[in-house]
Design a protein around this ligand. Structure first.
Ligand code: M6R
Length: 364
């Protein structure tokens, strides 16, 4: 039931600190600050390539995972949306791990891709939220998220729980491959354990975000920009807005702006910039200045340091607490979800049951 919430989506957004903590509990051991992934009867250290396949929001979680797995475990990662992957005759060599991400565990394209990879001799890992689902049953390595039932068609808590599992998996692979020592493992675990509190802090921006939703609600087009692991989050922000508010939105890698989309910028196109301070901040800010120089109206989502440096001249800013770059994609998911949610409420759309969409897409 919805309890005191207006919509399931809103309830699910607010459940994130609890369900992410719940999910992390089965992948981390707090006592000795170590990773604790399910035991498997094959040698994960011998995997030589990972192929990630998913759809929609789960695909964006996979994009973040690619970034982490490459950075930590130094394993090559290939990623595709399921509907493309299946039909491009992908090269699947021995020693490959195919990783499928799905809230429902029933998405037809993802399931078809899973069966294709299985037939091609890949080891099958799945990150699913429904433990009784078809994908869960067909996996060699089952990595459940513990988000609880997700009712809103727009995926929210499943996404952050997927990211939590994928971060633990990336670090685990790094340990297995001898790329991460005990001290680094403890550091990763500590950062992950900080996530629930950081999600709570992010949720405190709810009213402030509701108050800025009018900037977006009148727009015809909206752009979201991010870099590195925050680029998939820009895509996710745009997808959320499209799905529930029916406003046209696009996510772009910040550096791609000047290769085309900047032509769209004028006073009527709000641009949402996701830029936690950190190694990629300066570059993203220079892309933001390019937008502003063309009259673009920027909403900057960053932390105190980032906003002090680049917040002036933005139509609005959301000041997040300072978080480690590893966990930023989880924490910055909250303001993009809340923004889409409040814009949809202003527009009066059916938030939990947006037109033309089904919770689980079981046709290819
Ligand atoms: O159940 P799945 O995670 O496999 O579903 C994948 C997509 O259909 C899903 O994420 C969809 O994009 C959501 N409506 C996004 O909010």
């Amino acid at each position: 039931e919805k309890g005191h919430f207006r919509h399931f989506m809103q309830k699910e957004i607010f459940e994130q600190p609890t369900v992410v903590a719940q999910t992390l509990r089965s992948y981390l051991r707090q006592v000795d600050q170590s990773l604790a992934l399910p035991q498997v009867d094959f040698d994960l250290s011998r995997i030589n390539r990972i192929t990630i396949v998913a759809c929609g929001t789960s695909f964006y979680a996979g994009m973040v995972a690619k970034y982490w797995i490459e950075a930590f475990a130094r394993l090559p990662v290939d990623i595709d949306v399921a509907s493309e992957f299946r039909y491009r005759n992908p090269v699947l060599e021995p020693g490959g791990l195919a990783l499928f991400i799905s809230q429902s565990g029933e998405t037809a394209d993802t399931l078809a891709a899973l069966r294709h990879c299985k037939a091609a001799g890949q080891t099958i890992a799945v990150v699913v939220n429904v433990p009784t689902s078809t994908m869960a049953r067909e996996a060699d390595l089952l990595l459940p998220t513990h988000a609880g039932p997700e009712v809103g068609v727009a995926s929210t808590k499943a996404f952050t729980c997927q990211l939590a599992v994928l971060a633990a998996l990336a670090a685990h692979l790094a340990v297995k491959r001898g790329r991460m020592d005990r001290e680094e493992e403890m550091e990763v675990v500590q950062h992950l354990l900080e996530v629930p509190a950081s999600l709570n802090a992010a949720l405190e921006h709810d009213e402030e975000i509701a108050a800025m939703a009018h900037h977006i609600a009148q727009a015809r087009d909206v752009l979201y920009l991010g870099r590195g692991p925050d680029y998939p989050l820009a895509l996710e922000g745009a997808l959320k807005l499209k799905e529930i508010s029916y406003i046209h939105a696009e996510g772009y890698a910040s550096g791609e702006m000047k290769h085309g989309p900047i032509a769209l910028i004028d006073e009527d196109v709000p641009v949402i910039v996701l830029a936690p301070s950190g190694p990629l901040f300066e570059k993203t800010v220079s892309n933001m200045h390019e937008v502003r120089a063309r009259g673009g109206k920027v909403i900057l989502i960053s932390d105190a340091e980032g906003i002090a440096e680049a917040g002036e001249g933005c139509i609005a800013t959301i000041e997040m607490s300072q978080v480690h770059p590893l966990i930023a994609p989880l924490v910055y998911a909250v303001p993009v979800q809340l923004l889409a949610y409040h814009v949809a409420c202003l527009k009066g759309t059916d938030v939990d049951q947006p037109r033309n969409l089904a919770k689980s897409v079981t046709v290819e």
